[in-house]
Design a protein around this ligand. Structure first.
Ligand code: 6PG
Length: 457
């Protein structure tokens, strides 16, 4: 089996080594010749360089490949994807060939590209998660599309991806560019879970005065049970790291958090589709808030610093609240995927989606089994519901900021207690005659139900 790979950055290089190790013959290209050399020497060190061929241009790549060709792109999302596609067309790819965009591309670009290239070659999309380590030893692979070319490469990718209980974490999750949508939402959930763990840490550190070591030990205890997850375990590890003069590493790091854009896209798409994912949106804005603390705009509205208050936290209650809040972050992401799938007619399979997240990716967690049980997975968690309410209240009392914890409690409360939309309906109709809908399902105006003599001006 032979595949080509364009783009030998961190992800490309590691995926290349994984592909060759699993027995594939790889033709690889990067516009920077050093990247090709680097890959070749790594492959030599690992003893499988005979299955790797580095080419110095795309025409050579296209010439060398057996037809029909299978080409993977691991180039930065954006214009570069189209640039490489155009060059590959010039180099001679044809309608029988498949080109799979494996970067963190926007799914909207994927849809447009499918149309743009439909008479040139098969354009398919696949989101890959797991960072460098995952790419090297087994990532999560969220592929999409019904292109015939997939049939040639799927058996191979099933081996290259991570696996859980013997089942591969590669799946074609749905139609069109839904693989990139699913990967985007994966990242949206990733933002929320990272921020949630940071908030639990913050509450324990500043609200309860615990040390980094104590918090790491608590996270380790949680990890021994059902809360075991990749993000919780790396957080505990980070909290245990010290510099050479024994200062905790975490205390040396500035508050600004970068972002490549997938979290923002998740929030934008949710808002456009009208699907509520408040925890995911709050996580994106948590980065905005902390990043703008010393910008000009913020400085013009400086508020005097306030002292947080100490709070007493029941650690078992905190564990339960964290458990439910984590489940609710996935629940929101899945609702977004379901809604988008319905709007775009992608037929996304949520069970397959969850299978791709089960190992290899950043949001892998043992409690995904619980989520895979289906919609009712939260209904039995009554103690956790009370715990989330209590912990959210304790957190607010500390005076510190907990955007995701608070948004998640609000999300759950909105879905499970009476809502307050009736007064907002009435307000809209009062000033704009937008109409109201009664409990009986009748659409009318306030004036049909009551006499309004004079409106408030
Ligand atoms: C993954 C990661 C990966 C990357 C994020 C970082 O699944 O392997 O999500 O895609 O590390 O894009 O995203 P931000 O830079 O936006 O935090």
């Amino acid at each position: 089996m032979q595949v080509a790979l364009v783009g030998l950055g961190v992800m490309g290089k590691n995926l290349a080594l994984n592909l060759i190790e699993k027995g594939l013959n790889l033709v690889a290209y990067d516009k920077n010749p050093d990247a090709g050399e680097d890959l070749l020497s790594l492959a030599k060190k690992e003893g499988f360089a005979e299955r790797l061929h580095i080419v110095s241009d795309l025409s050579d790549m296209v010439r060398r490949l057996e037809t029909p060709r299978s080409i993977l792109l691991l180039v930065p999302a954006g214009e570069l994807v189209d640039k490489v596609c155009s060059e590959l067309i010039e180099a001679g790819v044809d309608i029988n060939d498949i080109i799979v965009d494996c970067g963190n591309s926007n799914y909207k670009d994927g849809i447009a590209r499918k149309l743009k290239y439909q008479n040139k070659f098969e354009f398919a999309t696949m989101g890959i998660s797991g960072g460098a380590e995952g790419a090297r030893h087994g990532p999560a692979m969220m592929a999409s599309g019904s292109e015939g070319g997939w049939e040639r490469i799927i058996p191979f990718f099933e081996k290259v991806a991570a696996s859980h209980n013997g089942e591969s974490c590669f799946a074609r999750v749905g139609q069109s560019a839904s693989g990139h949508f699913v990967k985007m939402v994966h990242n949206g959930i990733e933002y929320a879970l990272m921020q949630l763990i940071a908030e639990v840490y913050h509450l324990l550190r500043l609200g309860c005065g615990k040390s980094n070591d104590e918090i790491a030990a608590l996270f380790d205890t949680w990890s021994e049970g059902e809360l075991n997850s990749y993000l919780l375990s790396i957080s505990s590890h980070i909290l245990k790291l010290n510099s050479s003069d024994n200062t905790p590493i975490v205390d040396l790091i500035d508050n600004k958090v970068g972002a490549k854009g997938t979290g923002l896209w998740t929030a934008q798409n949710a808002l456009e589709l009208g699907i509520a994912v408040p925890s995911l949106v709050a996580a994106v804005q948590a980065r905005h808030l902390t990043n703008t603390q010393d910008t000009h705009a913020a400085l013009e509205m400086t508020y005097a610093a306030k002292q947080p208050a100490k709070v007493d936290i029941d650690l078992e209650e905190l564990r339960k609240a964290f458990h439910l809040a984590s489940l609710l972050c996935y629940r929101q992401g899945l609702a977004l995927i379901k809604g988008a799938s319905r709007s775009h007619q992608w037929k996304v399979d949520l069970a397959k989606t969850l299978q791709t997240w089960r190992a290899g990716c950043i949001i892998r967690a043992d409690y995904l089994d619980q989520i895979a049980e289906g919609n009712g997975f939260i209904d039995g968690l009554n103690d956790e519901v009370i715990a989330l309410r209590n912990i959210a209240a304790d957190a607010v009392r500390s005076g510190l900021a907990f955007p995701v914890l608070a948004a998640t409690q609000t999300y759950y409360a909105t879905l499970t207690t009476p809502s307050n939309g009736h007064l907002v309906q009435a307000q809209r109709d009062y000033f704009g005659e937008h109409g109201i809908k009664t409990h009986e399902g009748e659409t009318c105006h306030l004036t049909d139900l009551t006499h309004i003599d004079a409106k408030v001006r």
